[in-house]
Design a binder for this molecule. Structure first.
Ligand code: PMP
Length: 444
C-alpha cells in the first residue's frame, strides 16, 4: 500500500471498486487551475473537469471570495416559507440564460435530485390539469439521470439498476439506444445521419403500447454523457419535441452535463434549437465547488400549478429540500456564472472542443482495440474493444495507467472520456491525448 497518513477504514467510496482502490489509492489534497495535487505529491491534470463540473478550472478566487463573503453575511436560511436574496438572484441569472420561457427555477442540491424533482413536477402538473392518468415516464436505454429512485427508474444503464431488483418506479418504459456502432463509430463534430427515422419505434411501439394520453413525460440527456458521450442522430432532438407536442407529453432535458457551456453555448437546448418543458441542471453551475442543482420549468407549468381559487395558505407544490436555494450555493452559482461570462468561457469551450476533437481523431484512430471515437463540444470518447468476458476492464486499466502518468481521464464502460475544464490550453490537450494514446498502446 502506498504511503499516506490517513485512515481508509471508514469511507465507503461511491461508484468505485473499493478493494482495489485501497491498494492503489488516488487521493487529492489540493487543486489549482487544470491540476490536482495528490497525497503523494504528484501533479495530475484534470482531464474530466472532476466529473464535468469544474468548467472554470480549480480554485478560482472570485468563486471562493463569493462563498467566504456569503458565509460572513448570511450563512444559511431555510427556503420553506421564506427565501434569501442570493436564491432569487441566482434564479434570475439562470432563467435569463435559459432559452424560451424556461423561467421558473426549482432549486435542489444535485443532478439526482433534479431528476426526481422534474418527474414529480410532471405528475403534479398533469394532475393539476385534471389529467392524473398521465403517469407513464419514458427514458432511454443508456440514459443516466442519477441514482435516486425516479432517476434510476427512467435511466437505462443496466449496472445501476440490476442489483436493486424490481424496486423501481412502475409504469416506466425506455426508448431504444440510438447508436449505430458500425456506421457511426467515428463522429467528429457532426451529427450522424440515419437512413431511417430513429424515433419510429417511440411512436409505433412505446406510445402505442401505453397510449400516449397516459404518458406524463419523456426524459433524455441531449447527449448521453455518463454512458460515454453518445451523440444523437441529426434531427433526433427536434423530432422528440414534435412527438411530445403532438401528444401533450412533457419533454424533460437532463442537462446536468450538457448545461452551462460544455457544447460551447449555454445549454444543449440552444445547441439543438429545441426548448424542453423542463431543463435539469447541476455540476458546472457552481463550478462544482458547492452542491447545487435545479429544474427550470416553462411558465405554463408553473401557471398550471397556481390555483387562483385555492385559499391563500395553500401550498402549490409539496416538494422541496432543506437546502433548496442554499444561500452559499447560490452565491457560488452567481459568481461562477459571472466569471464564465467575463472570461467568455462557453465560447472558449466550443473553440477548444475543436482542438480536442482534432487531437483525439488524429492521435487515437487506428490504435490497437480502438473501435470508435466520438467528439462534440468540449468532450470526446474513445471506445475500446472489451477484453472477452470482462466488459469495461480494458478501459479501466487504461484509466489507471493514465492516472499513474499524471492524467485523469474517465472510464465509462468500454469508453474513455475526456472533458476538460473550459480553460484548457492546447498543450494540456496534447498531454492528455498523447498519454491516453500511450496507455492504449500499452494495453493492446
Ligand atoms: N443526470 C445526468 C445527465 C448526469 O450526468 C448526472 C451525474 N453524472 C446526474 C444526473 C446525477 O447527478 P448527481 O451525481 O449530482 O446526483
Amino acid at each position: 500500500m502506498a504511503d499516506h497518513n490517513f485512515n481508509m477504514d471508514n469511507q465507503w467510496l461511491p461508484f468505485t471498486p473499493n478493494r482495489s482502490f485501497r491498494k492503489d489509492p488516488r487521493v487529492f489534497v489540493g487543486a489549482e487551475g487544470m491540476h490536482f495535487t495528490t497525497h503523494d505529491g504528484k501533479q495530475v491534470i484534470d482531464g474530466i473537469s472532476s466529473l464535468w463540473c469544474v468548467g472554470a478550472g480549480h480554485n478560482r478566487k472570485p468563486i471562493n471570495e463569493a462563498i467566504k463573503n456569503q458565509l460572513d453575511t448570511l450563512d444559511y436560511a431555510t427556503a420553506f416559507q421564506a427565501s434569501n436574496d442570493k436564491a432569487f438572484q441566482a434564479a434570475e441569472m439562470i432563467a435569463a440564460m435559459a432559452p424560451g420561457d424556461l423561467n421558473k427555477v426549482l432549486f435542489c442540491n444535485s443532478g439526482s435530485e433534479a431528476a426526481d424533482t422534474s418527474l414529480k413536477v410532471a405528475l403534479a402538473y398533469h394532475r393539476a390539469r385534471g389529467e392524473g392518468h398521465r403517469n407513464v415516464f419514458i427514458g432511454r436505454e443508456k440514459g443516466y439521470h442519477g441514482v435516486n429512485f425516479g432517476g434510476m427508474s427512467v435511466g437505462g444503464l443496466p449496472a445501476n439498476r440490476k442489483v436493486y431488483g424490481a424496486q423501481l418506479l412502475p409504469r416506466v418504459d425506455h426508448m431504444r439506444f440510438i447508436h449505430d456502432p458500425v456506421n457511426h463509430a467515428y463522429i467528429h463534430h457532426e451529427e450522424p445521419v440515419w437512413a431511417e427515422d430513429p424515433l419510429v419505434e417511440l411512436e409505433t411501439r412505446i406510445l402505442a403500447l401505453h397510449d400516449p394520453s397516459n404518458v406524463a413525460a419523456i426524459i433524455v440527456e441531449p447527449i448521453a454523457g455518463s454512458a460515454g458521450w453518445y451523440i444523437p442522430p441529426q434531427g433526433y432532438v427536434k423530432r422528440l419535441r414534435e412527438i411530445c407536442d403532438k401528444h401533450g407529453i412533457l419533454l424533460i432535458f437532463d442537462e446536468v452535463i450538457t448545461g452551462f457551456g460544455r457544447l460551447g453555448v449555454n445549454f444543449g437546448a440552444d445547441f439543438y434549437g429545441v426548448v424542453p418543458d423542463m431543463l435539469n441542471f447541476a455540476k458546472a453551475v457552481t463550478n462544482g465547488v458547492i452542491p447545487l442543482g435545479g429544474v427550470i420549468c416553462r411558465d405554463f407549468i408553473y401557471d398550471a400549478m397556481m390555483n387562483a381559487n385555492a385559499p391563500d395558505h395553500a401550498i402549490e407544490f409539496f416538494h422541496g429540500y432543506t437546502y433548496s436555494g442554499h444561500p452559499v450555493a447560490c452565491a457560488a452559482a452567481i459568481a461562477t456564472l459571472k466569471l464564465m461570462k467575463e472570461e467568455n468561457l462557453f465560447a472558449r469551450a466550443g473553440q477548444q472542443g475543436r482542438v480536442l476533437g482534432d487531437a483525439m481523431h488524429s492521435a487515437l484512430k487506428g490504435l490497437p482495440n480502438v473501435i470508435g471515437i466520438r467528439t462534440l463540444g468540449l468532450a470526446g470518447a474513445v471506445e475500446l474493444a472489451p477484453v472477452a468476458g470482462l466488459p469495461g476492464k480494458r478501459a479501466y486499466d487504461v484509466m489507471l495507467d493514465c492516472f499513474h502518468k499524471g492524467v485523469w481521464v474517465r472510464a465509462a464502460g468500454d469508453n474513455l472520456v475526456i472533458c476538460p475544464p473550459y480553460i484548457v490550453e492546447n498543450s494540456h490537450i496534447d498531454q492528455i491525448v498523447q498519454t491516453l494514446a500511450d496507455s492504449i498502446r500499452r494495453h493492446a
